[in-house]
Design a protein around this ligand. Sequence first.
Ligand SMILES: Cc1ncc(COP(=O)(O)O)c(C=O)c1O
Length: 409
Amino acid sequence: MSADTGFADLFAKGLPDPSPRFAGLPKYNFVGGHGDPRQVPVEELARAASNVLMREGDKLAWYGMSQGPQGYLGLRQFVCDKLGSHRAIKIVPDDVLITSGSGQSLELINRVFINPGDTVIVEELTYGAMVKKIRAAGAKIVGLPLDEQGLRTDALENILKDLKAKGVRAKYIYTIPTLQNPTGSVLPLERRQQTVALARAYGVPIFEDECYADLVWTLPNSPPALYALDPANTIHIGSFSKTLGPALRVGYAVASWEVLSRMIGCRTDGVPGAIDQMVVAEYFRTEFDAHIKKLTGTLREKHDVLIEALAKEFGTAVEITPTTGGIYLWVKLPDAVDVTKLFAPAAKAGVAFNPGPEWACDPNSSKSHMRLCYALPSKDEIREGVAQLARVCFEQTGIPARSGNVARA
Ligand SMILES: Cc1ncc(COP(=O)(O)O)c(C=O)c1O
């Protein structure tokens, strides 16, 4: 390992915390949004890579593949087709910006919209990394209450009214309407209509994150995207991380040119690698529906295995928020359990999970919750990992008192 250089004295002020070194992966990994390695269509991707490179490989000679700064045209066309058939979004490739994962859009939109002291409206439970990014940008967060159907439009109306009374126009409403992260809810059509109407009435843009929308079990019969209901007032983002793999780093944003042109102006890295974009487009152009059917079928089986394992090991000590797709379960333990205190002993036993407070605007509201991702572990690992977690939880808190109908001693 390299020796310290003594450069630390020279570093700029106000840097984010240093990254920890990679220390390997836990045996039972319920953390983050990894995919299922057994569902990566390796041979098909290799064939797609060969086909598209033979046909269009000479485009690598150009910055932007000779197609401008918005990304590979074939991929932008596929995004239009997919959003048209599955999300009721009618757009053309000029409306699409290919990004380095959808995470890059979160950065770019914050950069385009936020000055320190600005206000944004964010679902009370949400993607933890987004909360960090907003805080880093210096914005104030107003938490938008949720229920089992997603964002509460009565609460949204009150917040917008209240902010208006204070002379504050929020910069955006950030929402994950389809397979909300972490709760897994899908916002019903009527609430979608109310949300876009309220946002428009108060002049606040909607920032819609549909990172998981392709993983609804009932696709294509899920309600239309918010963008489909009010394109002029909505910024829509999505990703191929959850349908093919997060290591690809390919996502997209759909918005007016007024917004896209500013996002492009703020990006410093060019578009993602040309080959990545080409391969995604080439494979999904013909195989998307079949791939999604197979993938969601497997994910659903794993979801059921996780529910069974939680019921067996935690019994009545666990409350599970029902979902209809995705890769997560949002799980509540009794109030007496502070999951942040379970984290280290669970890690020692090889089990990693996301503590609820990381996914909440108000961390105290979720100290007994955890988010479990079931895409990566095998079914056996899910069963074994949950058994280990229950053992650790019992050792630390006396909960659950029974597992598999047997009292723990
Ligand atoms: C809601 C949400 N948005 C965006 C992202 C970023 O994903 P990616 O950059 O891999 O597309 C994630 C990752 O888990 C997420 O959960």
